[in-house]
Design a protein around this ligand. Structure first.
Ligand SMILES: [Zn+2]
Length: 268
């Protein structure tokens, strides 16, 4: 599933294509999950933002086009209009005044599109309850520590909930906890651990953005595959040696999510 670095990579590339462009035509699959794409017809994009794993297109009538890529969602830019009819997995498309067509392709259909009044997220609870953006300038380790206090769930699960820090999914949760040397099953963390966790999330995210994201299966940015998959230190490496201490990385299930960790570096 695309996480913050993948969505941010797409946002940066897509900005150049859509901002200040008017949607001449818009279409979608019949499903309720994609129908709202049609509401953007005649509107002009004034900006393209991101919150966690959500892309937010700002429109000139004080509404927002919200796109969640789900498991397999991709955004493609076609130079001409015709190709959308050839792709059976096209769920929505927007033809722009510059002659290009943005296509939302989603094989498994876990993605979602919504058009809402600016900032009105009551029907999208994950977005409404989203934790702070990791790169937000005034966010500190203490803020993260305070947000973990009183929570009963494991730190890995808290990360995946989007409420602790926005945009973390299974890949970067494992990477960040490994880098921070925090056991993923802990139910509470110390102040210094919270400090290290925020630093680590920022590090793994910024490195992944520089590399265009992590392509393991379906994820593509507008220019093709990312390259961060060649640099993962923990996620997907169970049974292999820890790059820090040489111990064999282990795999366990935490709240139904497979989790890789180092028993030495991330001892409880
Ligand atoms: Zn280790």
């Amino acid at each position: 599933m695309p996480e913050l670095p993948e969505v941010e990579t797409i946002r940066r590339q897509l900005c150049r294509e859509v901002v200040n462009q008017t949607v001449l035509r818009a279409g979608s699959h019949q499903s309720e999950k994609f129908l709202p794409a049609r509401k953007t017809k005649g509107r002009r994009f004034t900006g393209l933002d991101r919150r966690g794993k959500y892309l937010i297109g700002e429109l000139d009538n004080e509404t927002e086009l919200i796109i969640h890529l789900g498991m397999t969602g991709q955004l493609l830019v076609n130079k001409e209009d015709a190709s959308k009819k050839l792709d059976p997995y096209c769920r929505a498309w927007w033809s722009l005044a510059n002659g290009k067509t943005i296509v939302f392709r989603d094989v498994r259909r876990f993605g979602r599109i919504a058009v809402v009044n600016k900032g009105e997220y009551s029907n999208i609870p994950t977005l409404r309850d989203m934790g702070p953006e990791p790169f937000s300038g005034d966010l500190t380790g203490d803020d993260i520590w305070l947000r973990t206090k009183g929570r009963r769930s494991r730190i890995k699960t808290q990360l995946l909930s989007q409420r602790l820090i926005a945009g973390v999914g299974n890949i970067y949760a494992d990477e960040a906890l490994f880098l921070a040397r925090i056991n993923p099953a802990l139910r509470s963390i110390s102040r210094p651990q919270a400090e290290r966790l925020l630093d680590s999330v920022r590090t793994v995210f910024s490195e992944a953005i520089e590399r265009g994201g992590t392509t393991l299966r379906d994820y593509r940015n507008l220019e093709g595959e990312g390259s961060n998959q060649h640099h993962l230190k923990c996620y997907g490496r169970s049974g292999e040696s820890c790059v820090i201490c040489g111990s064999i990385l282990r795999l366990r299930v935490i709240d139904a999510r497979s989790t890789t960790w180092c028993p030495q570096c991330q001892a409880r």
